[in-house]
Design a protein around this ligand. Structure first.
Ligand SMILES: NC(=O)c1ccc[n+]([C@@H]2O[C@H](COP(=O)([O-])OP(=O)(O)OC[C@H]3O[C@@H](n4cnc5c(N)ncnc54)[C@H](OP(=O)(O)O)[C@@H]3O)[C@@H](O)[C@H]2O)c1
Length: 267
């Protein structure tokens, strides 16, 4: 793969660069990153990445440039790199809620942009990323982005209009599972278990369930049915959740996340 650059050497960029280096997608000598933080630059340098405090240094040296700063920093970053960006550069934005159209507008020229919504499990090599091609992006550009993100989990392609939905499902999704795990551990404590044991029970149950979801051919609904004997303990819990309209409440919560995504970008 051609040289790869990162504008913003934060947590997400670190997870991506570690994954691409570990899987040999691109050698460290072909990786570049810029960040205002000396500490972050030192960390990337320790991975063999060439670092700079100036985004233009990075942007001018690569053909594939990952925009991995925070959304609120994007406008300044794009203004800074605009003079060194041409149609030769593939821009890959992971910034939540920033459209490919806004990126092209801030750069003030036609560009090739692919937008990606990753999630935090990417840091463990089990990410879920959705990608959407902007107007100027080619089929090859999408393939390039697939190659980068596939090494850190799974990737699907969606229309850009669905990015707020993706954000609400897989972007925010880990928090829903963490919340459930948190409440399972709290319930365990309320039922008399000590906190440490409660934490182990909840975490390992979450992990075991995730592995079953990943490996079994059964649907999540079928897997749930198999643990739910008629008249048994699981059924008592599921009946209580159903009476409290939990399933509906949960779907409304995901819809609220999608709505908030649209509000944040003024949509
Ligand atoms: N974390 C997630 O779950 C998640 C999920 C999907 C998408 N994303 C997106 O991924 C992007 C990065 O998130 P993150 O969690 O990795 O954040 P992060 O750790 O804060 O990384 C952002 C990095 O960019 C640096 N930075 C600040 N101003 C800059 C500038 N002008 N030029 C270059 N770099 C600059 C920051 O430095 P300072 O800290 O010194 O400001 C920081 O090191 C965000 O746009 C976010 O929307 C994150």
């Amino acid at each position: 793969m051609s040289p790869l650059g990162f504008l913003g050497a934060g947590n997400m960029a670190e997870a991506i660069v570690r994954a691409v280096l570990a899987r040999g997608v691109v050698p460290a000598a072909q990786c570049f990153a810029s960040d205002p933080s000396e500490g972050r630059r030192a960390l990337f340098a320790s991975l063999g990445v060439t670092v700079s405090a100036h985004n233009r240094d990075t942007a001018g040296r690569v053909r594939t440039l990952i925009l991995s700063c925070k959304p609120q920093q994007m406008k300044d970053v794009l203004g800074e790199i605009s003079p060194v960006i041409s149609s030769e550069t593939l821009l890959v934005s992971i910034a939540a809620g920033v459209s490919t159209e806004v990126i092209a507008r801030h750069l003030g020229k036609p560009v090739r942009v692919v937008r990606v919504m990753p999630n935090t499990p990417l840091m463990m090599g089990e990410g879920m990323a959705a990608i959407a091609a902007g107007e100027g992006a080619t089929v090859e550009d999408v393939q390039t982005v697939l190659r980068i993100f596939e090494v850190a989990g799974r990737v699907v392609e969606v229309r850009e209009a669905l990015m707020d939905a993706v954000t609400a499902v897989s972007g925010s999704g880990p928090a829903y599972f963490f919340l459930l795990t948190e409440q399972l551990a709290r319930a365990a404590v309320e039922l008399g278990l000590d906190a440490e044991t409660a934490d182990v029970l909840a975490r390992q149950t979450a992990l075991g369930s995730a592995v079953m979801l990943a490996k079994s051919l059964d649907s999540p609904e079928e897997l749930r049915r198999k643990v739910t004997s008629p008249g048994g303990t699981t059924q008592a819990a599921v009946e209580h959740l159903t009476e409290q309209r939990w399933q509906e409440t949960f779907r409304h919560a995901v819809a609220a996340a999608e709505r908030r995504g649209r509000e944040l970008r003024g949509g």
